[in-house]
Design a protein. Structure first.
Length: 164
């Protein structure tokens, strides 16, 4: 009787096994940041529908799959002081997906479970936009210059303060 109950368990384990599904995940935390920080951002799917928004720095969770055998494709649109930057974010194949070859899950894992769960794909953990510092945003540089009173123009000599 014990042999008969263990056979369905083994069959179930083989059917549900997908290497990337076991070891990896189908949703990833993604850090959205900018240099300098404080940029507004909107994350859009490939069809243009927004899925997240906020102000940098922030961490959001995104799905790595758009469907069966389809990697997720996003565009992160940053906006800072009227300047707009778009950065693409596309899921890549997860290395654990090929673990199905090593562990005997070629048909079930590679063709059914991992593509269906989206675990065959992985996303980068960070998206960054870099904005140029504008003159008004850059801190003013203060320079100390030592000058002889005779080298100063007459209009500045009246502004001098004696240090005792």
């Amino acid at each position: 009787m014990k042999k008969h109950t263990s056979i369905p368990l083994v069959v179930t384990a083989v059917v549900l096994a997908g290497c990337a599904s076991i070891v990896s995940k189908s949703e990833y935390p993604v850090a959205i940041t900018s240099n300098p920080i404080g940029a507004d951002f909107v994350v859009k799917r490939s069809n243009g529908i927004p899925v997240a928004s906020g102000v940098t720095p922030a961490t959001i969770t995104l799905s790595a799959s758009e469907g069966y055998f389809k990697p997720a494709r996003y565009t992160v649109e940053f906006r800072r002081k009227g300047v707009v930057q778009s950065v693409p974010l596309t899921a890549k194949i997860d290395g654990w997906y090929f673990g199905n070859i090593l562990f005997g899950g070629i048909i079930v894992g590679m063709l059914i479970v991992d593509p269906a769960t989206g675990a065959m794909w992985a996303l980068k953990d960070t998206v960054v936009a870099t904005f140029q510092q504008t003159a008004d945003a850059a801190p003013a540089q203060r320079v100390l210059r030592i000058a002889d009173i005779n080298s100063l123009p007459m209009k500045y000599r009246g502004q001098l303060v004696a240090l005792n």
